[in-house]
Design a protein around this ligand. Structure first.
Ligand SMILES: NC(=O)c1ccc[n+]([C@@H]2O[C@H](COP(=O)([O-])OP(=O)(O)OC[C@H]3O[C@@H](n4cnc5c(N)ncnc54)[C@H](OP(=O)(O)O)[C@@H]3O)[C@@H](O)[C@H]2O)c1
Length: 205
C-alpha cells in the first residue's frame, strides 16, 4: 500500500470514454493512480494521479510500458482500438506489467467473447482473455456489454444499424455503469479477492 489505505492502480485508456470515468472514480476514492497512455498531455488532471507515458500497447520491446507501469499494484487494462494486432499489443502490456511487479490485472473485454463469435471484436477479446489466463498473474476479466452510445454512432440516416449479426436482443450499458463496476472490483484490494480468476459480465437491463 503506497498511500492511505490504497495500493497504486495503473489505468490505461484514460484519454477515452471508459478509462477516464474509471480514473475519475478512483480519484474520488483517494486511490493513488498512474494514468498510462500514448498522450500524457491529453490525460485528465486528477488528485493523486501521475500521468505516465507516452506508452502504447504496440510498444514492441515494451520498455515505455514497463517504465509507465512501475510502482503499480493493479493494472486496469482497457482494450485498445482494433488494429489487427490487438492480442500482441495487449500481451506486451500484460508482460510489461508482470516484469515490473504488478500483482493483478483487470482486463476490460467484451460480452460474449468467444473463439466462435460472429463479431470479430469478440473473437479478438477472447484471444487476450486466453493469454491472460495463461500469463500466471492474478486477473479478473470484465466483459462489458455494448455501450448505449454505440447504436447512435453506427446508425444510418434511416436509424438502421447494419452489423454482422442476426435479429436479437442486447442489454446495452452505459460507460458510467461499467466504470462503477470496474471501480468496485479495483477497490476490492488485498492479497486475495473473490474476483480473482472470475469473468464478470457487465450489462444493462
Ligand atoms: N462494449 C462496446 O460496445 C465497445 C464499443 C467500442 C469499443 N469498445 C472497446 O472498449 C474500449 C474502451 O472504450 P471507450 O469507449 O473508452 O473507447 P475510446 O473512447 O475510443 O478510448 C479508447 C482508449 O484506449 C486507448 N488506446 C487505444 N489503442 C491504444 C493503444 N494501442 N495503446 C495505448 N492506448 C490505446 C485510447 O488512447 P488514444 O487517446 O491515444 O487513442 C483511448 O484512451 C475500446 O478501446 C474498444 O476496445 C467496446
Amino acid at each position: 500500500m503506497s498511500e492511505g489505505n490504497h495500493a497504486t492502480v495503473a489505468v490505461t485508456g484514460v484519454t477515452g470514454a471508459l478509462g477516464s470515468r474509471i480514473a475519475s472514480r478512483l480519484a474520488d476514492h483517494g486511490v493513488p493512480q498512474l494514468l498510462v497512455g500514448r498522450s500524457p498531455d491529453r490525460m485528465p488532471e486528477l488528485p493523486g494521479a501521475q500521468r505516465r507515458g507516452p506508452a502504447a500497447y504496440a510498444d514492441a520491446d515494451a520498455s515505455d510500458m514497463r517504465k509507465a507501469l512501475k510502482g503499480a499494484s493493479t493494472l486496469i487494462l482497457v482494450s485498445g482500438h482494433r488494429t489487427g494486432r490487438r492480442l500482441e499489443e495487449h500481451a506486451t502490456a500484460v508482460e510489461a506489467a508482470i516484469a515490473v511487479g504488478v500483482d493483478r490485472v483487470l482486463y476490460v473485454s467484451l460480452v460474449s467473447a468467444s473463439p466462435t463469435a460472429t463479431y470479430l471484436n469478440a473473437r479478438d477479446q477472447w484471444l487476450t482473455e486466453q493469454f491472460l489466463a495463461g500469463a500466471g498473474i492474478r486477473h479478473t476479466v470484465l466483459r462489458s456489454g455494448f455501450y448505449t452510445s454505440t447504436p447512435a454512432a453506427l446508425a444510418n440516416e434511416e436509424f438502421v444499424v447494419n452489423g454482422p449479426g442476426s435479429t436479437g436482443r442486447a442489454a446495452f450499458v452505459t460507460h458510467e455503469d461499467i466504470a462503477d463496476v470496474i471501480t468496485a472490483v479495483a477497490l476490492d484490494e488485498g492479497p486475495r479477492s473473490e474476483h480473482d480468476g472470475a469473468t464478470l459480465e457487465i450489462t444493462g437491463p
